[in-house]
Design a protein around this ligand. Sequence first.
Ligand code: FES
Length: 72
Amino acid sequence: MLLCLCEPTTEKDIARHAADGVETVAELGKRCGAGRGCGACHQQLARVLHNARVLLNESRAGKPSERDSVAL
Ligand code: FES
């Protein structure tokens, strides 16, 4: 699913950028252009970026993620 229509960007794209150290929507925009058009996607980009960073941090800390808990 596309999160930004002005610069086609998926949740998977955002997870990849989060893994590369992107922390904010502004950084994401500089990296790939997402959110630099009309701006309608900013809240959604911020939410998905935040969730991706939480999952990354949990993974790096060896904690089970919410997704793991739900799958059990
Ligand atoms: S939909 Fe992302 S900038 Fe327009």
